[in-house]
Design a protein around this ligand. Structure first.
Ligand code: ATR
Length: 277
């Protein structure tokens, strides 16, 4: 990019129709009156590498990557942050002036920022967390919880082998609990996190018994369509602090925007309303 070019960034996925990122970055560009454009790009997997090598030459300063490209983008990148390496996937790319690609993953950061904003009294070191799910989203959550110093993480997943694999990778603070026994460990948790797709519009409900939820615990769901899932509803009724998943999407976008457009943006209620609208 030359000095007088307008910086471009965007989100690359396949398909890309559902993404909320253009609304989100568009809101910030407008709010701060910054020059720049943020565009959705539908790129087939076989074209990902050539597109990523071409974008810097076309005035792009970076990009977000989403399903199904997060793992492939990490492999293609020339430099990888520690947290992206740990998660095994990239969601934020920065193109250097020489065209090289830096990969980062801000999903765990977004998760933690959202949690701290929504449950300011929660202290990671206070006690155990229960995490449902062992897919890509769980990897980001585990990276953040381990880094924040959560002393014990009880991980439960329908397919136990995937949880066992994450224990291997994320270390001894993780205890794997059988999916059918998930309800039993909830009562000891300071924090409960759903990283599965259960409860999302069009998906089955999370059917884990929730009567063990304790008042004062913090419960968060990465699902944000609907905003109030069955898990969050049950948690609210049990007197827990609840944190919905939309904020994670908003907060994970902050580091990328700052790197590309030079301004650290704020996550506000107005932004939430724009993204939901
Ligand atoms: P993501 O990247 O969003 O985490 P993923 O890697 O496909 O997506 O993981 C989806 C998660 O939701 C997994 O933990 C999955 O459990 P399995 O590993 O057993 O597949 C969980 N999940 C999806 N549908 C489920 C269902 N019907 N019952 C229980 N768990 C389910």
């Amino acid at each position: 990019m030359t000095d007088n070019q307008i910086p471009l960034a965007g989100v690359i996925g396949h398909p890309i129709g559902h993404t909320k990122s253009p609304k989100l970055h568009g809101h910030w560009l407008k709010t701060y009156g910054l020059p720049g454009h943020y565009v959705p790009m539908d790129v087939a997997p076989e074209d990902l590498e050539s597109v990523l090598r071409t974008l810097p030459k076309a005035g792009y300063v970076g990009a977000n990557v989403t399903v199904p490209h997060k793992e492939a983008a990490l492999q293609i990148a020339d430099h990888v942050s520690d947290r992206a390496a740990k998660i095994g996937a990239a969601n934020t790319l920065v193109f250097q002036p020489d065209g090289s690609i830096q990969a980062d993953n801000t999903d765990g950061y977004g998760f933690m920022e959202n949690l701290l904003a929504g449950a300011p009294d929660w202290n990671p070191q206070d006690g155990p967390a229960v995490v449902f799910g062992a897919g890509g989203a769980a990897r980001a959550v585990l990276q953040a919880l381990v880094e924040a110093g959560v002393p014990e993480i009880m991980l439960t997943n329908r397919t136990r082998a995937r949880a066992d694999q994450l224990r291997e990778e994320f270390g001894p603070r993780i205890t794997v609990v059988d999916w059918v026994k998930a309800g039993n460990v909830i009562e000891n948790a300071e924090l409960v996190v759903n990283t599965t797709s259960l409860g999302m519009q069009g998906q089955p409900e999370l059917r884990v018994p929730l009567d063990g939820l304790q008042p004062g615990s913090v419960v968060t769901d990465l699902v944000y369509v609907p905003l109030k899932t069955r898990l969050l509803q049950a948690a609210e009724e049990a007197g827990c602090t609840t944190v919905d998943g939309l904020g994670m999407l908003l907060h994970q976008a902050v580091p990328g925007f700052e790197r590309w457009f030079g301004k650290r943006p704020e996550v506000t209620d107005e932004l939430r309303a724009t993204v939901l609208g």
